[in-house]
Design a protein around this ligand. Structure first.
Ligand SMILES: Cc1ncc(C[n+]2csc(CCOP(=O)(O)OP(=O)(O)O)c2C)c(N)n1
Ligand SMILES: [Mg+2]
Length: 578
């Protein structure tokens, strides 16, 4: 199929061919030629956001709710640089997005032209790949390549920067284009020798742990994981990026590992003799001080990205491959192994940890609201079929700890980058990708003030998300560190939002949403139920909570996981039990 058209028309046609139905963006001079044919597209819906950062996070939320590539679009210069944070976020969390930016005309590149920024240079270290297109003939092929690279292997963000004159010039449109990606061949099939080796270690182990990360859901391997876990009876921990990939209610689930992980999960990893890491990064928030992490454990590490293996912790058995294939092969190999591991003593020890150190929190005597209670009630009333997004801070950790996740991909948050402002636009994107699912953004009063303008987009575009602001009046997570490590000197963390500056209920109403407020435990259920009944416009609930609630357990940054505290100055009594 060949046809004469402009580069801009070729871009829109190519987006239609790769199956794009939603693009989040804001127009401007350099990208304007593309917006003209976009106006006519019956297949691609453009969602006009209020800030490019919102476009990027919405694309991330859309991608994670649908399993497809999310798309955002911006003009050159400041439009493009406003996308840098979501691109970095998507890179850290391996989220497949394609960012399309206009660039100044090719003759003006390098002249400090109006709204010129070298966005491909800027995003080089935070994209899986990026392209600068100056020839209109290259547009369809580049789009096909960008979507292929974003979605395959380890997913990630790809930037396509297109010079304005390439959008305006005539070209011959051809589809399908011939992709030119020499050297890009992600390995998905694991090596059978490594799989057999892993199965042997599993049979020999006495204290194994399945350390499950975001890569397992990205490989759509939750069913295989469940089968593998039940076949072997190995305990499971799910990272922040993997919450829901293994059901919280399953008796083999020990909770989340890491800085704010459960005592059983952290303790199990520390005492383990074999860690089977699946789609994980062994990042510092999980390992704590690396030199003291799981000192007696052999490591089986499976990941689709060979660069992850032995990056932080040496892998005794490295496995490069897609987690779905890796786990399927592990199931077969464990079945083939004539010996079976015996973990009964291990389970006795772990059950004791669970009985002694369940997740808990303090209520406040003055009758004010505990944020953890809000999470528990949301979990109970909204249930596990909803999608929850989170901002970054204490509320994010409480959302990870106190909401029960049963389904993969139902907790969407900013894990690697920790980007404040992620929750609301990500919820918007998730809701657009999955319109029949209830989507709650769990946000902080600080985070909410970074991206709440997308409520306008939600109202106008008919995207009825629900937002729970956990309003503690503070940059709470930073305040927690000041409480613990800076002698309670609260430098620049008090936002004073409990003084209603801004008044979140009025702000919600100004954006055409319903605004609700809840300040007492006895009103929580009724407020959540009321929010659940409103499905025509977005709902914002201002949960005014006590400022002194803290996130426990905690491993202080840079210290050993052995130093975990389950409350202030309260360390588990490991030795007496071991
Ligand atoms: C863009 C950005 N700036 C700064 C930080 C540092 N930071 C981490 S958590 C946090 C406080 C967030 O406050 P809030 O949204 O109210 O959440 P809370 O911890 O109170 O639940 C800050 C400032 C960050 N993660 N991201
Ligand atoms: Mg706060």
């Amino acid at each position: 199929m060949t046809e004469q058209m402009t580069g801009a028309q070729a871009l829109v046609r190519a987006l239609e061919h790769v199956g794009v139905d939603t693009v989040f963006g804001i127009p401007g001079g350099a990208i304007l030629p593309a917006y003209d044919p976009l106006y006519d597209s019956a297949k691609v819906r453009h969602v006009l956001v209020r800030h490019e950062q919102g476009a990027g996070h919405a694309a991330q939320g859309y991608a994670q709710a649908t399993g497809r590539v999310g798309v955002c679009m911006a003009t050159s210069g400041p439009g493009a640089t406003n996308l840098v944070t979501p691109i970095a976020d998507a890179y850290m969390d391996s989220v497949p997005i394609v960012a399309i930016t206009g660039q100044v005309a090719s003759a003006a590149i390098g002249t400090d032209a109006f709204q010129e920024a070298d966005i491909s240079g800027i995003t080089m270290p935070i994209t899986k790949h990026n392209f600068l297109v100056i020839n209109p003939d290259d547009i369809p092929r580049t789009i096909a390549e960008a979507f292929h690279i974003a979605a395959t292997g380890r997913p990630g963000p790809v930037l396509v920067d297109i010079a304005k004159d390439a959008l305006q010039a005539m070209t011959t449109f051809q589809w399908p284009p011939v992709m030119q990606l020499p050297g890009y061949r992600p390995v998905t099939r694991p090596h059978s020798k490594q799989i057999r080796e892993a199965a042997k270690l599993i049979a020999d182990a006495k204290r194994p742990v399945l350390y499950v990360g975001g890569g397992v859901h990205k490989a759509r391997a939750a069913a295989e994981l469940l089968e593998f876990a039940e076949l072997t009876a190995i305990p499971v921990v799910t990272t922040l990026m993997a919450r829901g990939t293994f059901p919280d209610s399953h008796r083999q689930h020990l909770g989340m590992p890491g800085m704010h992980g459960s005592v059983p999960a952290v303790g199990a990893l520390q005492r383990s003799d074999l860690i089977i890491g699946l789609g994980v990064r062994f990042d510092d928030r999980v390992t704590g001080q690396l030199s003291t992490f799981a000192p007696h454990a052999k490591i089986v590490h499976a990941d689709i990205d060979p660069a992850e293996i032995s990056k932080n912790r040496h892998a005794d058995v490295p496995i490069v491959g897609d987690c779905k294939e890796v786990i399927s092969d592990l199931i077969a190999a464990v079945r083939n192994e004539d010996r079976k591991g015996d973990y009964s003593e291990w389970w006795t020890q772990l059950d004791a940890y669970r009985a002694t150190y369940p997740l808990g929190y303090d209520e406040f005597e003055d009758g004010s609201l505990a944020p953890q209670y809000v999470m528990e009630r949301l979990s109970a009333i909204v249930g596990p079929d909803a999608i929850y997004t989170a901002g970054v801070g204490q509320h994010q950790m409480w959302a990870a700890q106190f909401i029960g996740y049963e389904n993969p991909g139902t907790f969407i948050n900013s894990g690697g980058a920790g980007t404040m402002g992620f929750a609301l636009p990500a919820a918007m994107g998730a809701k657009m990708g999955s319109p029949d699912t209830t989507v709650w953004a769990i946000d902080g009063d600080g985070c909410f003030q970074m991206t709440n303008q997308e409520l306008a987009t939600c109202t106008i575009e008919g995207v009825p998300i629900k937002v729970a602001i956990i309003n503690n009046g503070n940059l709470g997570m930073v305040r927690q560190w000041q409480t613990l490590f800076y002698n309670q000197r609260y430098s620049n963390t008090n936002l004073q939002t409990v003084r209603r500056i801004p008044d979140f209920v009025k702000l919600a109403e100004a954006y055409g949403c319903v605004g609700l407020r809840c300040e007492r435990p006895e009103d929580v259920d009724a407020t959540i139920k009321k929010a659940m009944e409103i499905n025509d416009v977005p709902v914002v609930v201002d949960f005014v909570v006590h400022q002194d609630a803290m996130v426990w357990p905690m491993v202080a940054a840079g210290t050993s996981n052995d130093e975990i505290k389950f409350a202030r100055d309260m360390a588990p009594a490991w030795d007496s039990e071991d």
